[in-house]
Each structure stands twice: as structure tokens, then as C-alpha cells.
Design a protein around this ligand. Sequence first.
Ligand SMILES: NC(=O)c1ccc[n+]([C@@H]2O[C@H](COP(=O)([O-])OP(=O)(O)OC[C@H]3O[C@@H](n4cnc5c(N)ncnc54)[C@H](O)[C@@H]3O)[C@@H](O)[C@H]2O)c1
Ligand SMILES: [Zn+2]
Ligand SMILES: [Zn+2]
Length: 339
Amino acid sequence: MKAIQVVKPGKIDIIEKEMPRISKGNEVLIKVRLIGICGSDMHIYHGTSPVATYPRVIGHEMVGEIEEVGLDVKKLSVGDKVVMEPIEWCGECYACRNGRRNVCARLQVYGVHKDGACQEYIVLPEHIVHKVDSRLDWHEAVLVEPFTIGAQANWRGDVRKGDVVFIMGAGPIGLCALQVAKLKGAVCIISDLSDDKLAYAQSLGADYVLNPLRDTITSEVERITDGLGPNVTIDAVCTVKTFEQAVEITSAAGRVVVLGFSETPSAIAQLHITKKELTIAGSRLQSEKFHEVIDWINSGAIKADSFVTHRFPLEDIHRAIELIETHPNEVRKAVLVAE
Ligand SMILES: NC(=O)c1ccc[n+]([C@@H]2O[C@H](COP(=O)([O-])OP(=O)(O)OC[C@H]3O[C@@H](n4cnc5c(N)ncnc54)[C@H](O)[C@@H]3O)[C@@H](O)[C@H]2O)c1
Ligand SMILES: [Zn+2]
Ligand SMILES: [Zn+2]
């Protein structure tokens, strides 16, 4: 079978791999249908992921169909439409014992630390495979994982009904965070450099849109919030500057959610944090958000039907990468088709 492997930074190949087989009773064999291409896959390809190891079969945004189940599998059956929760955790460390398996001391992420889903078939343990409604379109189901990132960011920011939430960046992560925040009843401001992305964000329910190429972010956000600042700022741009700005503008008693993996320090005065009693919360992957997100997408509470803009067969990974890099504003989400 075919798989997509980043051999080393800068080199990505279609490789032939042996068909995976169930070797333990709790495993399932999945025929992969669609895999979303994520910014972190691009980082692994470019060698700018601080966590990935090589060579690596990438891919963690997967939807597929159960082809075979191990003897001890209880909740899944052949033919089920499923998504993967792309992490493995130890269950014993401090983070795991506190319900935070996504930051387990021995965390393994599929497609990052171990081989991921960019292949025609994959074998996974049952507990990280989640069933979605069989009527759900593959193109919606493939978005479950990115929406769990948005759900986690909202949870870490403790977004509540009536809160004003400022989301920096209308890329896939910003847009997923936006839809979850709207579902929770927040008033949402979102910023991006692309007016097309802002128009799409508005169609998804954003109440205010700002473009830093045109608007002065701090004064506009101040104006919208009557000088108080947003209660929660979710930084889905993740530059040195946006993090600094988020800490400066967020309201007293507010929360700043940090999603970036940059190792470059930001210069942040303690005063903003202490004087306003800000909470700065990191948000990584997700902890126990799959069921919630699947319910939202199954029920139509979250509409994910207009997200995927481009489809490529596995063999065309080079063309997909080129398009994502040359037309970042046109590609909302590109998926690989493993049929
Ligand atoms: N912590 C996690 O679990 C996690 C998971 C996935 C992605 N991420 C990170 O989240 C970030 C966003 O991911 P993405 O896939 O949406 O990325 P993306 O690059 O597709 O989107 C970023 C968006 O920010 C916009 N932008 C750039 N500069 C801006 C500015 N100054 N103000 C407003 N908008 C600006 C861009 O136009 C783009 O639309 C990345 O840094 C990624 O590494 C974190
Ligand atoms: Zn992703
Ligand atoms: Zn652990």
C-alpha cells in the first residue's frame, strides 16, 4: 500500500509499505478515506517542528472506515465511519492523572512522534478511534480533529456565554475556535490579513472582523469593547508580536490562550498580568474533546460543510504542498484522498 513519508526535512516521498495487520485483540484495521493537511504537517516537512522525528509518515486528521476488528473490540464494528484521536498517553503521570493526557510526560502524537494516517490503511487501538454518524459526509468528518483543537482553546480560555472573545487569525485553527466560541454564546472579534478569510469568518458568525493591514488592532478592539478589552484572547497567529498584543489588550480577569510552538521569546511586562490578574493558558492538541465535537458535528450544531476547498489523491502530495504554499488565502483546508 501507499504512504506519504517525510524522509528528512525538505524531502517527502510516496513510499510502498506493507499492509498493516491487527496483532492485538483491542486493535482495529481502518481503510483510510480522507486525511486533512495541517500546518503542523508542513512544519514537519520543512524541518521546523520542534517535536517531530524522521523518517515520518505524516497525517493526524483522518477519517476512514473500519475494515476489520480484533477479538476484544467492543464498541466498533466493520463498516463504521471513524476518526482517530491522534495521541497515545501513559495514564500514570501527573498530567494523565489530572485528565490532561494531551500533555502526558510520555506523549506520542501520530504523524509526529510515530507514523500517522497518510496511508491507505492503518491499525489503531480501539480507545483512540471514535465513531461518527454514518450519514456525515467524509469532508465534514475529516474536520473533527481540527475542531477539537478549537474546543480545547475555548476550554482553556474558559469561554462563557456573553464573553467577548478576540480570535487572532482566521486560518483553520482560528475558524474552528470561532465556531466553538459562537456555540458557547460568546461575542466574537476575529482578525486576519486576508479579507477573503474575514468574509468567510463573518459567514460563520463572527460579529466583528479586523484586518491589521487596515485597522489599528488595539484601538479597534478597545472601541468595540468600550475600553475594557476582550475577556478572552485566543492567539491563532502565534507570532512574537501577537502574543505580546494579546497580553496587552485582554480585559481584567481575562484569559489569554497560547497555541504557538515558537521558541522565540516575547517581551511581556509583568504589570499587565499582575494588574489585570490575567490567566495565560497554553492549549495543546485536546483532552477528551472528541465526543463533544462529534456530537456538535453530527447534530449540525457546528457546520463544517464548507471548510474543505481542495482534494488531492495521495500521489499528488507535492502538488498539494505547492498549492498550499503559493495560494495560502485560497486554501481553507486541503485533503488527501486515499481511495
Ligand atoms: N496548540 C495546538 O494544539 C495547535 C494545533 C494546530 C495548530 N497550532 C498553531 O496554531 C497556529 C494557527 O494554525 P493554522 O493552521 O490556523 O495556521 P494558518 O497559518 O493557516 O493561519 C494563520 C492565519 O493568521 C493570519 N495572520 C498572519 N499574521 C496575522 C496578524 N498579524 N494578525 C491577524 N492574522 C494574521 C494568516 O493570514 C492566516 O490566515 C499555528 O501557529 C499553528 O502552529 C497549534
Ligand atoms: Zn492538525
Ligand atoms: Zn502520562
